[in-house]
Design a protein around this ligand. Structure first.
Ligand code: PLP
Length: 376
């Protein structure tokens, strides 16, 4: 593919809320919310799923009546016990067992906990001189935004064009499996790309936020190689997005530089305690993997039955590509079901319903679409 120019501004990644707000903000929208929306736009913050309060206001449906399918977070996350008192009173300590638990879970030689993988996404671009950064497109939009903000030249790359792109970039950034498309790559192929990049001091940066269900495809075990950086998150499979815990697996030298940049105590002691226990809980992990696999298949089949065949996805979400994405998003939102709308390409992401009542509700809402005049 031809490479050149810079990545279009964040508009591409803007989520449903901004796009729909422009045309259908109700007159009574409170000043506070308008202020928040305005400040998000002026600061360049990107929109994501999970903004239920805003949807509740826009569609005048009480918060408690919504079913939130707009994220890829496990609806039955790791059951969090009360952290011990000392977690609140003392500063976090590096030797509290978290790194050890994470190294074992991710099978990585060296690992650095961060305040969600987002903290690493924002900091890593500051560890390189101005570089040409190829970012999988469509993909998780925070990556391109962070590299662009740090002054790098960002090149969008389609999954099929990576091979030709390697020689023209210094950093290749892939979300693997990809969000929202679910695209995956063979381990040997990734390692070959990494070797080519490393010869020129380049990086292969992998965001494995959705890798927990398929650990056999993770490159964490190879992350000792210079120039290979793997990000992991406790937010998706473990359902602990609010705890803000993520990890970076990489060569020790890079982790030292990143840690210096992030400073001390970047993950709170209660979050470290919860993360350690979740990473050690193999029984829960085995059970959750099996259950999520079945639920992922169930969601795929449900959408298929309603003529909304997904173009891709993972066990935690399904991705539907359709020119009528905005219409579908709105029709489901009027029934209190929040999905994640993407503008480019026009598509919708569905997360997993939580319990049987939610599954039945989604089934009924999808069944009602044709009577509302909305087709796939
Ligand atoms: C692909 C991907 N990577 C990273 C993140 C950030 O996750 P966290 O900062 O909660 O670890 C997200 C969140 O939606 C994501 O979808």
């Amino acid at each position: 593919m031809a490479i050149g120019g810079s990545y279009p501004s964040q508009g591409k990644c803007r989520g449903s809320v901004a796009a729909v707000a422009a045309v259908e903000r109700p007159e009574g929208l409170q000043a506070g919310s308008a202020l928040l929306t305005a400040s998000a736009e002026s600061t360049g913050l990107l929109h994501h799923g999970g903004r239920l309060r805003e949807a509740a206001q826009r569609y005048s449906i009480p918060l408690s009546d919504w079913m939130d399918l707009s994220t890829g977070i496990n609806p039955a996350g790791w059951p969090v016990p009360e952290p011990p008192e000392h977690c609140w009173a003392r500063l976090p300590e590096d030797d509290d067992g978290l790194e050890q638990a994470a190294r074992a879970y991710y099978d990585a030689e060296h690992i650095l906990p961060t305040a969600g993988s987002q903290a690493a996404i924002q900091a890593l671009p500051r560890l390189r001189p101005p570089s040409r950064v190829a970012v999988l497109d469509p993909g998780y939009c925070e990556h391109a935004a962070a590299w662009r903000r740090a002054g790098h030249s960002v090149l969008p790359v389609a999954a099929g064009d990576i091979q030709q792109t390697i020689e023209h970039c210094d950093v290749l950034l892939l979300t693997h499996p990809n969000n929202p498309t679910g695209a995956t790559f063979a381990v040997e192929e990734l390692l070959a790309w990494q070797a080519r990049l490393a010869r020129r001091d380049g990086w292969l940066l992998l965001d494995e936020a959705y890798m927990d269900l398929t650990p056999e495809y993770s490159l964490c075990r190879h992350s000792e190689r210079r120039g290979l950086i793997v990000l992991r998150s406790l937010g998706k499979f473990f359902g602990l997005a609010g705890a803000r815990v993520g990890f970076v697996c990489a060569h020790m030298d890079l982790l030292i530089a990143l840690r210096t940049l992030l400073g001390p105590w970047s993950v709170s002691a209660p979050a470290r305690w919860v993360a350690t226990a979740a990473l050690r809980d193999q029984r829960w992990q085995t059970h959750a993997r099996r259950a999520l696999q079945l639920q992922g298949e169930r969601l795929q089949q449900l959408l298929d039955r309603h003529g909304l065949t997904p173009a891709g996805g993972t066990a935690l979400f399904q991705w539907l590509r359709t020119p009528r994405a905005a219409e579908l998003h709105r029709a489901l939102a009027t029934q209190g079901i929040l999905t994640r709308l993407f503008e480019m390409p026009a598509s919708l992401r569905f997360g997993l319903p939580g319990d049987q009542a939610d599954w039945s509700r989604l089934d009924a809402a999808l069944g009602a679409l044709s009577s509302m005049g909305v087709e796939a």
